[in-house]
Design a protein around this ligand. Structure first.
Ligand SMILES: Cc1cc2nc3c(=O)[nH]c(=O)nc-3n(C[C@H](O)[C@H](O)[C@H](O)COP(=O)(O)OP(=O)(O)OC[C@H]3O[C@@H](n4cnc5c(N)ncnc54)[C@H](O)[C@@H]3O)c2cc1C
Length: 440
């Protein structure tokens, strides 16, 4: 009875492939009654469930996902937990908004750190900060602009020149970079799975249980799955782009897919040739460029390429994956010619939601229905803090943090109708790719 677009992430995510095998999933069966239900086990849904359990220790809370924990975008990203506001927010004229965003992201980072320590989640969590790297003059211009934004924000940063960069990154590809100290790195699938395995005792986790429809009757939300249903007075959506499938923010969210590949761990001999350090992360000076990471366990990760994906429930076709793998292999060889023979063993895609005005949605959609949607591609910190505060909103508790998130969020702008939307987004992506082709 497939009535809606359901998530079907590919099974080729490197981060997920190295996790230990998991127990069979508990699935949704029969008619369940809950005090609170949450759809989506990404950063937002996990944070919302945990916070609800803290606030309502005697409530029955059901957290449900169509896939296994960590199979969605939250488990397949590049593993940066970024404190700084997104580029477009950094350019926002309202200084208060930027400071609030920064502080909310830092709340999320502390929250994640506490959980990792408390449950000893083995996820390569590290306070490495982040490099933003330029390849050409165009990239350097972006860095100069970024420097100005850091100055305005009063945030620390450091220029890193080519020679020093080469020692860290093991490549001469980048001409300059700016290092900012507040971001963290992690293994996303391990972190998300670790949080899923350590949920409070009054949260019931149901996986591989797609919710096909939601309906509101007599003050109750009815969630219908394939083999069961959940009735609840309060429903929280942590479903990112899939929020559209339930009929909300339909013409406001844009589904974007981006792709990553990684190598197997480098051998001792390859490490000798590489000559760089372990455990760093670099994002591109020009946002359409390439993200690069060297993990703590010697794998090099490459992320680039964006696609507008109107059919976001479909996994990446084998043909697209092969094409992306070739693009990534070229980007890898350009950076590490000395390692050009090292294969990229995994290539995967993941979908997330952006809006044309880069505004995040947070709040109540209807009576008893709440959502945090539209992460604009930096949802590790954002999902965590917005999920937590969505729980506060749903139970009616008040705080400065809640007021702050309401201050910085709003309504994603309306999209033009198809086919103009698809044509426009495609054109923007192609243009950005062409303009930053030397940074790719
Ligand atoms: C390759 C890649 C690299 C990225 N790099 C970074 C990065 O380094 N740092 C960063 O901060 N962000 C990054 N992002 C973005 C980040 O992953 C997302 O912003 C974040 O995961 C969003 O979290 P979420 O909890 O809101 O949604 P998601 O993680 O997308 O979770 C939504 C969940 O809802 C479930 N769902 C949807 N519909 C249904 C349904 N009908 N029934 C049941 N379940 C349903 C899905 O299965 C999914 O698990 C990257 C994304 C990609 C794809």
């Amino acid at each position: 009875m497939n009535m809606i677009n359901l998530p079907h992430d590919d099974h080729s995510c490197g981060w997920y492939s190295v996790l230990p095998p998991v127990q069979p999933a508990t699935q949704l069966r029969d008619a369940q009654q809950a005090d609170y239900a949450i759809i989506g086990v990404g950063f937002s849904g996990l944070a919302a469930a945990r916070r609800l359990a803290e606030l309502k220790p005697n409530a029955r809370i059901i957290l449900v996902d169509a896939q296994r924990v960590a199979e969605g975008a939250s488990g397949r990203n590049s593993g940066f937990v970024i404190d700084l506001p997104h580029k477009f927010s950094l350019e926002h004229p309202d200084e208060t908004l930027k400071q609030k965003l920064l502080s909310l992201n830092r709340i999320a980072i502390s929250q994640l750190q506490r959980l990792i320590e408390r449950y000893e989640i083995d996820c390569q969590w590290s306070a490495s900060g982040k490099y933003q790297g330029a390849v050409t003059e165009r990239g350097e211009k972006h860095l100069e602009h970024f420097e100005q934004l850091m100055k305005n924000l009063g945030e620390p940063y450091r220029w890193v020149e080519k020679e020093e960069l080469k020692k860290v990154l093991g490549t001469e590809y980048y001409s300059r970079a700016i290092h900012t100290p507040g971001s963290y790195l992690m293994q996303p699938a391990a972190l998300v799975q670790g949080m899923g395995q350590n949920l409070p005792q009054n949260v019931e986790l149901l996986e591989q249980s797609p919710i096909q429809s939601i309906a509101h009757r007599d003050g109750q939300w009815l969630l219908t799955g394939n083999n069961g249903s959940i009735t609840t007075p309060k429903l929280l959506l942590g479903t990112s782009i899939f929020t559209k499938e339930f009929g909300y923010l339909k013409n406001r969210l844009l589904p974007v897919m981006t792709f990553a590949s990684w190598t197997r761990p480098l051998t001792d001999a390859e490490m000798q040739v590489y000559q760089g350090e372990l455990n760093w992360g670099l994002t591109p000076a020009d946002h359409a460029g390439t993200t690069l990471r060297m993990t703590a366990d010697r794998r090099i990760l490459i992320r680039n390429t964006y696609k507008h994906v109107p059919k976001y429930g479909k996994s990446v076709s084998e043909q697209t994956r092969q094409w992306v793998n070739t693009q990534h292999q070229q980007a890898f060889a350009a950076r590490f010619p000395q390692l050009a023979d090292v294969p990229l063993t995994h290539t995967w895609g993941g979908v997330y939601a952006i809006s044309r005005n880069f505004t995040n949605f947070f709040g109540q959609l209807e009576d008893g229905l709440y959502a945090s949607a539209c992460d604009n591609g930096v949802g590790a910190a954002w999902g965590t803090v917005s999920g937590t505060l969505l729980a506060d909103l749903a139970v009616g508790s008040d705080s400065q943090d809640l007021a702050d998130i309401q201050y910085v969020t709003g309504m994603p702008s309306l999209n033009p109708p198809e086919p103009f939307l698809g044509m426009g987004v495609k054109f923007r992506i192609q243009l950005a790719k062409w303009q930053s082709r030397k940074e790719l």
